[in-house]
Design a protein around this ligand. Structure first.
Ligand code: CP
Length: 310
């Protein structure tokens, strides 16, 4: 596969292939397989991360790769070295892949034109967080046995959410019916016509999957940050809204969670919550992405996929 930049670049068949590979790696009897033995992977995180950083590292170690963790504060990027030159430096040492989180939209596209090593998106600005979308899809597919025809509501800070933007691409390719809810000011200007904006109560009542988004204070001016209690009542998954959800519906959140802001404690711990299952699936999904990217596994085209699935 080479570089892994976004869901936008994947076909429906390729998405399902990666989910199937993640299921393969999630199986306990794969613990001894180490296809990335002798390969080197560098993790370069220029924004904070807990789940993505550690689950990539877990995935790399489980696949047998040698792991290099890059400390941005202690690197020569502090002396003015460009990220492209940093990657070319790592490439010259023999590093096979760079897992990158960065705040700047579009930086990864530029890097892929300047390096031969595999560039893997671990969250780019507000643009895409493709491994998060894949782990969400895997979690949903496990819970419902399918993706097509399910309704998904993404509620909250849509505009600043790279997760929501990856799901826009994913929904069109998986047959998920996606709707958005939240403050109008935080809605994308270019919402596709097949992704309606609805009231929060309607989203919560009708969706099979309710994904709550964190209010991304770090991407806002201080005047934009809402009052916590007011936001919770108006747009949050409150205890009252929990009672409106279908008994079969599922609650998800990419995390980190702001308890009492976008989501009530009771919703995090509700039996319908898949929030920690999402974290578990993050390791297997990142194993699938790493092996496919670094080993250059051919992703299926439509006809091959049909052959595999029949
Ligand atoms: N969901 C997610 O990307 O979490 P982290 O910021 O902790 O990696």
């Amino acid at each position: 596969m080479g570089h892994f930049i976004g869901i936008e670049q994947l076909s429906p068949e390729q998405i399902h292939f990666l989910l199937d590979r993640a299921e393969y790696w999630a199986s306990q009897d794969r613990q001894s397989e180490q296809p990335l033995s002798g390969r080197f992977v560098a993790n370069l995180f220029f924004e904070p991360s807990t789940r993505t950083r550690f689950s990539f590292e877990m995935a790399e170690k489980r696949l047998g790769a040698e792991v290099l963790n890059f400390a941005a504060d202690a690197s020569s990027t502090q002396k003015g070295e460009t990220l492209a030159d940093t990657l070319r430096t790592l490439e010259a040492m023999g590093v096979d892949a760079a897992v990158i989180r960065h705040k700047e939209n579009g930086i990864l596209d530029g890097l892929t034109k300047q390096v031969k090593m595999n560039v893997i998106n671990a969250g780019e600005g507000t643009r895409e967080h493709p491994t998060q979308a894949l782990l969400d899809l895997l979690t949903i597919r496990q819970a419902f046995g399918r993706l097509e025809g399910l309704s998904m509501a993404i509620i909250g800070d849509i505009k600043h959410s790279r997760v929501a933007h990856s799901h826009r691409h994913a929904a069109a390719k998986t047959g998920i019916r996606l709707m958005f809810a939240g403050p109008l000011d935080w809605l994308d200007d270019d919402l596709p016509s097949n992704c309606p904006m609805v009231e929060v109560d309607e989203a919560v009542r009708t969706a099979d999957v309710v994904i709550m988004l964190r209010v991304q204070k770090e991407r806002m001016g201080s005047e934009e940050v809402p009052d916590q209690a007011a936001y919770h009542m108006r747009y949050g998954l409150t205890e009252e809204r929990l009672g409106m959800m279908k008994p079969t519906a599922r609650i998800m959140h990419p995390a980190p969670i702001n308890r009492g802001m976008e989501i009530a404690d009771a919703a995090v711990d509700d039996p319908r919550s898949l929030i920690f299952k999402q974290v578990t699936n993050g390791v297997a999904v990142r194993m699938a992405v790493l092996e496919t990217s670094i080993l250059g596994l051919p992703l299926p085209q439509e006809e091959e996929w049909l052959t595999v699935r029949v």
